[in-house]
Design a protein. Structure first.
Length: 262
C-alpha cells in the first residue's frame, strides 16, 4: 500500500482490533514505512484509551446474578462436597468469562459509535465555522455599502481626481474622502506594477507625514476599488499613488505615479 489510507476510520478500527483481512495487512504494511501514519495511529490509540476511561463500568443486573448463582447451587447439591467446592471455585471463572463475552463486544461497538459521532461533530464544527465566516463577510459588505451611501450623501465628502504623472505607468483614479467620518474610498485603474514592486496610496495631510491608505497590485484590465478607515479629522493637502517595494513602505520612497490636489 503505497498511498496514504483514504479512510481515517481505519486507524480507529485498527486501534480497536476491529480491522481485519486485507485492509489490516495493507495498513500494517504501510505503517512500517510511514512515520506520518504511525503518528496518526498513535493518536487513534490515545483516543481509544480515553474512551475506555470515559465509559462507565457495566455490571450485570442482580436478576442475572441470582439466576446464575441458583444454577451453581443446584449443580452443587447434585454432587458431593468435593464437587461442590470445585463448582464454587469455577463459578467466578464462569461469570468472568460471561462478562468478557458480552461486555467486551458491547464496549467495542460503543467505542466505534463514539468515534463516528466524534467525526460527525467535527464535520459539523467545520461547517459552522464556514457559515460564520460567510456571515462575517456578508456583514462586512453590508457595512461597506452603508458607509459608502452615508459618505456619498455627506456634504463634507470631497472627490479628488488623481492624474498620471509624466513618464509613469498609464492610469487614472479618483478618491472620495470624508475627514469627519475618517473614511476613504479609492477607485481606479493603472498598469500592473513591475516585478517586486507594489503601488501604495497616500493621504498627504496639510500638516504632518503622509498616511498609507492601501497597498495594491493591479491586474491588467481590472479596476481596483476599496474603502478604508483613517484617523478622523485629518485634513488632506493631496492624495498620491507611489511605486514602492513589494508589500509597501511606512513612508513614500518611490516615484509618484498619480497625484491629485485636494
Amino acid at each position: 500500500m503505497n498511498a496514504h489510507p483514504t479512510r481515517e476510520e481505519d486507524f480507529d478500527l485498527y486501534a480497536l482490533g476491529a480491522l481485519e483481512g486485507d485492509e489490516k495487512l495493507a495498513l500494517e504494511s504501510h505503517l512500517a514505512g510511514c512515520a506520518e501514519c504511525a503518528r496518526t495511529l498513535a493518536e487513534a490509540r490515545g483516543r481509544m484509551a480515553m474512551l475506555a476511561l470515559a465509559v462507565p463500568r457495566v455490571e450485570p443486573s442482580p436478576a442475572v446474578k441470582q439466576r446464575l448463582m441458583a444454577q451453581v447451587r443446584a449443580d452443587g447439591e447434585a454432587e458431593n462436597r468435593a464437587s461442590a467446592v470445585s463448582a464454587s471455585t469455577r463459578a467466578p471463572g464462569f461469570f468472568d468469562r460471561w462478562r468478557t463475552a458480552i461486555l467486551v463486544p458491547a464496549f467495542a461497538l460503543l467505542a466505534i459509535a463514539t468515534v463516528v459521532l466524534w467525526r460527525q461533530n467535527r464535520d459539523l464544527d467545520r461547517q459552522l465555522a464556514a457559515l460564520r465566516a460567510s456571515a462575517q463577510q456578508q456583514q462586512q459588505q453590508l457595512d461597506e455599502a452603508r458607509n459608502l451611501d452615508e459618505m456619498m450623501e455627506s456634504r463634507d465628502t470631497v472627490t479628488v481626481a488623481l492624474a498620471q504623472q509624466p513618464g509613469m505607468p498609464q492610469g487614472s483614479a479618483h478618491v472620495m474622502y470624508n475627514a469627519k467620518m475618517g473614511m476613504l474610498m479609492y477607485d481606479g485603474e493603472i498598469a500592473p506594477a513591475p516585478p517586486a514592486k507594489s503601488y501604495q496610496l497616500w493621504l498627504v495631510p496639510a500638516a504632518g507625514k503622509p498616511i498609507s491608505a492601501g497597498v495594491f497590485n493591479p491586474v491588467n484590465g481590472r479596476a481596483d476599488h476599496w474603502m478604508m478607515k483613517l484617523p478622523r479629522g485629518v485634513e488632506p493637502k493631496e492624495f498620491a499613488v507611489s511605486l514602492e517595494p513589494a508589500g509597501g513602505m511606512p513612508q513614500p520612497t518611490g516615484p509618484m505615479v498619480l497625484i491629485g490636489r485636494a
